[in-house]
Design a protein around this ligand. Structure first.
Ligand code: NDP
Ligand code: GDP
Length: 340
């Protein structure tokens, strides 16, 4: 009888770690969830998906070479999904060095350990549309030149190229998914989508505070995380390591996302004013709903991202299944339940 495949998923307490682990467990994998030690490990995602007892948690810190070495060589995974990162762009401007160490050098540690001790182990690296930053062409594909605009993007670019370099130099199965923004009911509340859906949920339950938000014009290509982890898995089953974009191809502004979210509780937003003076009002009652708060502006902004996932569709058969209005509904309904 063949043994179950073993997967090591880093970033297990994060959004994608939970969704991917659910998928791998459903496929019969033995899943090891890597998590750094902290005083309040948050396993909400694993609990929410009903897999808390099925994932074996191991202590793992991307800053610690010896720890990563011991974890990888003792488990001997068939597949490593490196989803761990300091993933919040705004925080990377405040903590540029630790972000570089975790998101950049941490990946080099994994690559070198795999090259030296377990060269048959496959690695997936969570690359990002933030690599495109100040975009050089639209839509963005695997061939679009990179121009990151934050310490996060720069650290991820180093990791991305180290993956490609180890793939080409040592024949390591090192695959990169350049994923555009993907959200879900498990998204961190510091990210703009979940911040908005959580706010709207609380508003519908009677908390009438205004939503304080940054750049309303910024635009993203948002998909559903559950769809995107399927793409990660498909990349790792492909016969050769490669780089793939996952995206919906549709772009919406933060203002659009705010509109969709209030629409989900049957409120229509009327916008007035420009720039920092722009405000959103309830079109029926005139109540103030949204104000711009410049403290959320970033030192350098990624204005607009639009991905072209046609390679993933052609080579892997991957396609996003969830439209933005469905995603917003899922998130708002979840947040209403959670806050009730
Ligand atoms: P999250 O922020 O939800 O999760 C990040 C995970 O990384 C958490 O489990 C966190 O653990 C862990 N982590 C942070 N620092 C370390 C460290 N030093 N050692 C070990 N673990 C650490 O991110 P997502 O799930 O949304 O994203 C997954 C990956 O995909 C990330 O690499 C992200 O940069 C990338 N990505 C995400 C996109 C998105 O739209 N979601 C788009 C493109 C790429 P802890 O709980 O201890 O903080
Ligand atoms: P990112 O694309 O990985 O940076 O994901 P975020 O959800 O953090 O930000 C997406 C965009 O929303 C960026 O252009 C932000 O500048 C913009 N934005 C506007 N207001 C806010 C806010 O209040 N919080 C966050 N996180 N982003 C905001």
């Amino acid at each position: 009888m063949s043994q179950n495949k073993k997967a090591l998923v880093t970033g297990i307490t994060g959004q994608d770690g939970a969704w991917l682990s659910k998928l791998l467990i459903d496929k019969g994998y033995e899943v090891y969830g890597a998590s750094r030690r902290n005083s309040n490990r948050n396993m909400y995602g694993l609990k929410y998906l009903g897999i808390e007892d099925k994932v074996k948690i191991v202590d793992f810190d991307l800053l610690d070479y010896s720890n990563i070495h011991d974890v990888i060589t003792s488990i001997q995974p068939d597949e490593i999904y490196n989803l761990a990162a300091q993933s919040f762009v705004a925080a990377s401007f405040k903590q540029p060095i630790s972000t570089s160490m975790i998101d950049g050098i941490g990946v080099a540690y994994i690559l070198d350990i795999v090259k030296t001790f377990l060269p048959k182990t496959k690695i997936y690296q969570a690359s990002t549309s933030e690599l495109y930053g100040k975009v050089q062409e639209t839509p963005q594909t695997e061939k679009t030149p990179l121009y990151p605009r934050s310490p996060y993007g720069v650290a991820k670019q180093y990791a991305h190229w180290m993956m490609i370099n180890y793939r080409e130099s040592y024949d390591i199965f090192a695959t990169c998914g350049i994923l555009f923004n993907h959200e879900s009911e498990l998204r961190g509340k510091e990210f703009v989508t979940r911040k908005i859906t959580d706010h709207v949920a609380k508003y519908s339950l009677g908390n009438k505070a205004e939503l304080r938000i940054g750049n309303l014009d910024s635009s993203r290509d948002w998909g559903y995380a559950k769809d995107y982890v399927e793409g990660m898995y498909m990349m790792m089953q492909h016969e050769t390591p490669d780089t793939f974009v996952l995206a919906t191809g549709e772009t919406h502004s933060i203002r659009d996302f705010t509109n969709y979210s209030f629409n989900a509780i049957n409120v229509e937003v009327r916008w007035e004013g420009k720039g920092v003076e722009e405000k959103g009002y309830d079109s029926k009652t005139g109540e103030l709903l949204v104000v711009v708060d410049p403290s959320y502006f970033r030192p350098a902004e990624v204005d607009i991202l639009t991905g072209d996932a046609s390679k993933a569709k052609k080579v892997l058969g991957w396609e996003p299944k969830t439209k933005l209005d469905q995603l917003v509904k899922i998130m708002v309904e979840h947040d209403i339940k959670l806050n009730s």
